[in-house]
Design a binder for this molecule. Structure first.
Ligand SMILES: O=C(O)CCC(=O)C(=O)O
Ligand SMILES: [Fe+2]
Length: 322
């Protein structure tokens, strides 16, 4: 970011560990906005379940509890999922929460847009080439507030099962409670040290396709806090395109003779296909074009019931860029 830093922390920035995930500091989103949202969201999640369920009518948008998507994925969490573009959807929220969400989302959306401009610059594209796909009338931008209470009875419980984010880019902030883990290219899971003053940027599946695999979406998951730990609260902005947006490797990026790794699809088609799958499935699998000498990627990863996740090995490096 022009006035910020995207730090690269050494060994894990190399070819083995380079995945589409980094931490942005000095991003310009005032801490007061995030703090206000965190307080309002905590008050919302502290309400009786019956009151919260009144906000669950707009599925898949609205309030959700333990169930993620409609295909049986569960996690130890509750959440609010809202559309940014359509004014957070049609259901009512406490006005103070809505106002805090609006203000925070506008600020973090700007960070997402600027990250996309810098990525486009770095790729030698027109500066607006990526941003204009997701920050345009009709685009499918979402904001999600996840609340993971401490699990009193067990440790290592799945809060949010492993997955990649389907959109172009995601911008995440959490409170001081950890739990987020990402998978390095060699399959190792590493914890991400929580840092409420930073924003964590994820490459989504759509950006992987647009760059023909130059930028890779990163698998991530969340382990719920244990008894005695504070709840984890995270807020994520997802930059997704308009349903009619064609998702295909950008021709400007393809070198002479370079084959597209994916067949063309629209964001609407991808979303429809993704909603029929499980969270941990390789949702790009059906769109991959097998290339000579390359196995199609494995698409039978499932992360289903609330279950203990394999504890990660000691982290080789924590908290910066992976
Ligand atoms: O809550 C988190 O830290 C991450 C959640 C997540 O990956 C998501 O909502 O897509
Ligand atoms: Fe995610």
């Amino acid at each position: 970011m022009p006035q910020g830093n995207c730090k690269c922390g050494g060994a894990d920035c190399g070819p083995v560990g380079a995945v589409g995930f980094f931490r942005a500091t000095n991003h310009g989103v005032p801490a007061a906005l995030a703090d206000a949202l965190e307080a309002r969201a905590a008050a919302f999640f502290a309400m009786p379940l019956a009151d919260k369920l009144e906000h669950a009518s707009a599925r898949p948008l609205g309030y959700g509890n333990k169930s993620i998507g409609s295909n049986g994925d569960v996690g130890w969490l509750e959440y609010l999922l809202l559309s940014v573009s359509s004014g957070h959807g049609s259901f009512s929220l406490p006005p103070s929460l809505r106002a805090a969400l609006d203000e925070y989302t506008a600020a973090v959306r700007e960070v997402g847009g600027r990250v996309l401009e810098l990525m486009a610059d770095g790729l030698g594209l027109d500066r607006t080439a990526l941003r204009r796909m997701v920050q345009v009338a009709g685009s499918d931008e979402l904001v999600r507030v996840n609340h993971y209470p401490a699990c009193p009875l067990a440790s290592g419980v799945t809060g949010f099962g492993e997955h990649t984010d389907p959109q172009v880019v995601s911008v995440l902030r959490s409170n001081r409670t950890g739990g987020l883990q990402i998978m390095l290219r060699d399959g190792r899971w590493v914890p991400v040290a929580p840092d409420p003053s930073s924003l964590f940027i994820n490459v989504g599946d759509s950006l992987q396709v647009l760059t023909n695999g130059r930028f890779r979406s990163v698998k991530h998951r969340v382990v719920a806090p244990e008894a005695g730990q504070h709840s984890r609260l995270s807020v994520i902005y997802f930059g997704g395109p308009a349903p009619s947006q064609r998702i295909a490797p950008l021709p400007e990026l393809l070198r002479d003779g370079e084959q597209s790794l994916y067949r063309d699809f629209t964001w609407g088609e991808y979303k429809n296909a993704a909603y029929k799958t499980r969270l941990g499935d390789n949702r790009l699998g059906p769109f991959e074009i097998p290339t000579a000498g390359m196995e199609p990627s494995n698409s039978d990863h499932h992360c289903s019931a609330i279950a203990a996740v394999q504890p990660p090995p000691p982290p080789p490096h924590v908290g910066q860029v992976y």
